[in-house]
Design a protein around this ligand. Structure first.
Ligand code: CUA
Length: 335
């Protein structure tokens, strides 16, 4: 018995396959909404390849589904199927079309890669330093911060380095990922297009505290960024308006430590409600013990905890009056 698929039947199968795929592709938010020009271009390449894949799948799935239905074996039929030979025209077609499509994806990707690597004539330069287990961001004025602030719609050239092991810098909304390698500076160009607060995540397993190696990126409009930047050096040297609690919260101490006064319940590091007892165990005066534990956390490790989990970067990012405020705050709440 011979069947001949009508063009209409095949077209209906192809349309049904495509509709299912389009629903899966669009109903689920697979990727965050892009927040930079570079992310927008990557998003374009993603959907360009996605639409080609949807088309190819539909064209392949239609004759497959049709054949499963039309050529299924009748009950009791044990005869061989008809001999099928190659079809030169078909083979040339299904080689040439994918070749053109894959070439188109390669060309689009190459153009996007080249554009995404172009920092323009005068980018804002920020050095990103990875260190077990924290990120720090150093600006052209020499100031170093635990939070990344980015100006809206300006080219930013990030230079990434690491002080110890491999880390990888990722802001999901900016799409790009880049390794931070000790001794080998790597580059990343970002041009933010949406103001907002985004997570900075380490995406290279770098040790015991890898999952806690997170920071925040704040994209600010021009005026806000400029006023922050011009006042930043002064603000860094001034006491925090909210006192020691504000310093505690601004540096995310509560993510790892318990401190009843700050309503913090972290369990990664030692309990800060028991600082007096811990200083006694370490055999040090309380105030000196607290200060050393912040700026040089590996100098003494409380029993039951591991070296290198607390970032050694707070000595650079919490300085001057803010450090004194934090030490006084912890000392005054110590039990
Ligand atoms: Cu740094 Cu994972």
């Amino acid at each position: 018995m011979r069947h001949r698929a009508s063009f209409l039947q095949l077209a209906l199968f192809a349309i049904a396959s495509a509709v299912i795929l389009i629903i899966v592709a669009y109903a689920i938010p697979w990727l965050p909404y892009p927040a930079s020009r570079e992310a927008g271009r990557i998003n374009f390449v993603y959907w360009f390849a996605e639409w080609i894949s949807i088309g190819i799948f539909a064209i392949v799935a239609a004759p497959l589904m049709y054949s499963l239905w039309a050529f299924r074996v009748k009950e009791g039929d044990t005869s061989d199927g008809p001999p099928v030979h190659g079809h030169t025209g078909l083979e040339i077609t299904w080689t040439a079309i994918p070749f053109l499509l894959v070439t188109a994806i390669a060309v689009a990707s190459a153009i996007v890669l080249a554009k995404n690597g172009d920092a323009g004539a005068n980018p804002t330069r920020i050095t990103v330093t990875g260190q077990q287990f924290a990120w720090t961001f150093t600006y052209p004025n020499g100031q170093t911060y635990p939070i990344l602030r980015l100006p809206l719609k300006r080219h930013v050239l990030l230079t990434l380095t690491s002080k110890d092991v491999l880390h990888s810098f990722w802001i999901p909304e900016l799409y790009q990922k880049q390794d931070a390698v000790p001794g080998l500076p790597t580059k990343l160009v970002v041009t933010p297009t949406r103001t907002g607060v985004y997570p900075v995540i380490c995406v290279e397993l770098c040790g015991l505290g890898h999952s806690t190696m997170r920071s925040t990126a704040i994209v600010m409009d021009d005026a806000a960024y400029d006023s922050w930047y011009s006042g930043a050096a002064k603000a860094a040297a001034a006491p925090a308006p909210g006192g020691g609690l504000a310093v505690f919260n601004a540096n995310g101490c509560g993510a790892c430590h318990t401190l009843a006064a700050a309503k913090a319940a972290g369990k990664v590091g030692p309990d800060l409600d028991k600082l007096k007892q811990e200083a006694a165990t370490a055999g040090q005066p309380l105030q000196a013990f607290v200060k050393q534990s912040i700026v040089d956390p590996n100098a003494y490790i409380a029993p039951g905890y591991q070296k290198g989990v607390m970032p050694a970067t707070f000595g650079q990012t919490i300085t001057g009056p803010k450090l004194d405020q934090l030490v006084q705050y912890l000392v005054s709440n110590a039990k």
